[in-house]
Design a protein around this ligand. Structure first.
Ligand code: NAP
Length: 481
């Protein structure tokens, strides 16, 4: 099944940091794919901007190389690549300098959607916003897109918000969390809010607990020094995992509109109880031959976690008594991201003690193999009496919707949403601040305790303490496989 593509309006998109890793790996290949699918109208323009001294042809060569490196060969149709490269322009600009801005202004055309993607270090966001506004390059309808990390804590996030708000209105600011652009994450909303089946059961009366796991097989590698100033809580929990938790726990909004959605997510974050010290476990992978966090971070005394597991409580009528367990880490056994919702067992078994119960479970897989399965109890076929067995009603999107289904990458979808002016899948300033407001005390507690992360074997499922966090509650993590 080929996805229906609705073209967006003609646009002028400027990518600051166009020579960088994110632009080459995600943004530009994503734009190419949307061009190939016919979603980007002829006449649109993409302008790269960075300090590197390139002309338009030099930038086109850089982009061609990026497409060849990051897209499958079969997708690179020579004519389509050539026409895509024809849309590109380039300006040499230092975010903190004065040169290049008049040239950039020269690219802007009246009557086009105007968007500016800040794919640069957050320290430059304010400089870019100021210059775009003061030099009249951005107008009231222009949009700016900002990348993570959005701050390092509440005060830095607030300062970033304030500096952007000096030049742009909130309805012009698109804070990316690419998890929200994933197909399955949006399907989670469809499952919850387009079906009557789950909603009556979606509360503490029927749900025993929720697990959210984001496991990576890679270590911090060459990003070790940067990562060491951040850690799993800042890098994954404050943004991606918090967003997933919000989508599971939020009340149904009255419509699928940006503020309706974001108001409900914000209420979830505000309802989170402070984390108790016993409800968080941090870990560091420690292996030999360079497969070791401390070596990769270049810091033998590092106390930064490459793994964290925590138990969260959402204190409201719907969720009182249902814990949310979050776990994320690097150098784990498998690369997998999933949410599992474990329902409670039926109050009484009519099939006798000999039958083993398995609680119903809804598993939402974000990667790999995006899809969902619902585990239900059935009778094992054949003679031998009533023997029960749990099976998965499996819905792999690729299988259910056709092998040729072309699921757009999260970045592709999100950039098109920016052009459409739809902020539903972007974080609002108060949401980001509320998330930091919850995370800050956790980080402070870690600092005060001065605890050292628990070591774990590279390729394992994390430290022992993470298992204990579950065992204490008589529960188990789902296997990482
Ligand atoms: P990067 O590879 O270091 O690229 C940075 C880009 O910014 C380069 O194009 C660089 O080009 C440009 N730049 C640096 N200083 C500049 C200045 N003063 N004025 C204008 N341009 C300047 O970084 P990245 O990995 O692409 O990341 C970009 C942003 O996305 C960061 O905020 C990062 O945290 C975020 N992010 C990245 C990823 C990822 O997978 N890479 C994922 C999530 C978020 P010149 O040196 O030519 O100026």
């Amino acid at each position: 099944m080929v996805a229906r593509v609705i073209p967006v309006d003609c646009f002028d998109l400027v990518i600051f940091g166009a020579t960088g890793d994110l632009a080459r790996r995600k943004i530009l290949p994503g734009l190419y794919r949307r061009w190939k699918e016919g979603q980007i109208p002829e006449g649109s323009q993409i302008v790269g901007a960075a300090r590197s001294d390139l002309d338009a042809d030099g930038f086109r060569e850089l982009v061609r190389a990026a497409l060849e490196e990051f897209l499958p060969k079969a997708e690179l149709l020579p004519e389509t690549v050539a026409s895509f490269l024809g849309m590109l322009g380039y300006v040499t600009i230092d975010a903190r300098g004065d040169a290049g801005w008049p040239e950039l202004a020269g690219f802007m055309r009246a009557g086009m959607v105007r968007a500016f993607y800040f794919s640069v270090a957050p320290a430059l966001f304010g400089d870019l916003a100021q210059r775009l506004k003061e030099r009249g390059i951005a107008d009231r309808d222009s949009r700016i897109v900002v990348e993570k990390p959005f701050g390092k804590n509440l005060s830095t996030a607030r300062r970033l918000n304030e500096s952007l708000a000096s030049y742009f209105h909130e309805d012009q600011i698109y804070r990316i969390d690419h998890y929200l652009g994933k197909e399955t994450v949006q399907n989670l909303m469809a499952v919850r809010f387009a079906n009557i089946l789950f909603e009556p059961l979606w509360n503490a009366q029927y749900i025993d607990h929720v697990q959210i796991t984001v496991a990576e097989t890679v270590g911090v590698g060459g990003r070790g020094e940067y990562y060491d100033t951040s850690g799993a809580i800042r890098d994954m929990v404050q943004n991606h995992m918090m967003q997933l938790l919000c989508l599971i726990a939020m009340e149904p909004p009255n419509c699928f509109e940006p503020d309706a959605m974001r108001d409900e997510k914000l209420k979830v974050i505000r309802a989170l109880d402070p984390l108790a010290p016993a409800e968080v476990v941090r870990g560091q992978y420690r292996g030999k031959d360079g497969d070791d966090y401390l070596t990769e971070a270049g810091n033998p005394d590092s106390r930064t976690e490459s793994f964290v597991a925590m138990k969260l409580h959402v204190s409201n009528w719907r969720w009182k008594g249902t814990p949310f367990y979050l776990r994320t880490g690097k150098r784990l056994r498998a690369r997998t991201s999933e949410i599992s919702v474990t329902f409670k067992e039926p109050p009484h078994s009519i099939f006798g003690e000999s039958n083993q119960w398995r609680a119903n479970m809804l598993v939402i897989r974000l990667q790999p193999d995006e899809g969902m399965d619902l585990r239900v109890m059935i009778k094992e076929p054949g003679p031998g009496g009533m023997r029960l067995k749990d099976v998965a009603l499996d819905m792999s999107f690729a299988e259910a919707l056709g092998d040729d289904l072309d699921i757009p990458d999260a970045y592709e979808r999100l950039i098109m949403d920016v052009i459409r002016g739809n902020q539903t899948l972007f974080m609002r300033g108060d949401e980001v601040e509320a998330a930091w407001g919850w995370v800050d005390p956790v980080l402070e507690m870690m600092d005060e305790r001065g605890d050292v992360p628990e070591p774990y074997e590279p390729g394992s499922t994390g430290p022992e303490g993470s298992m204990m966090l579950m065992h204490r509650d008589g529960r188990r993590w789902r296997e990482i496989k």
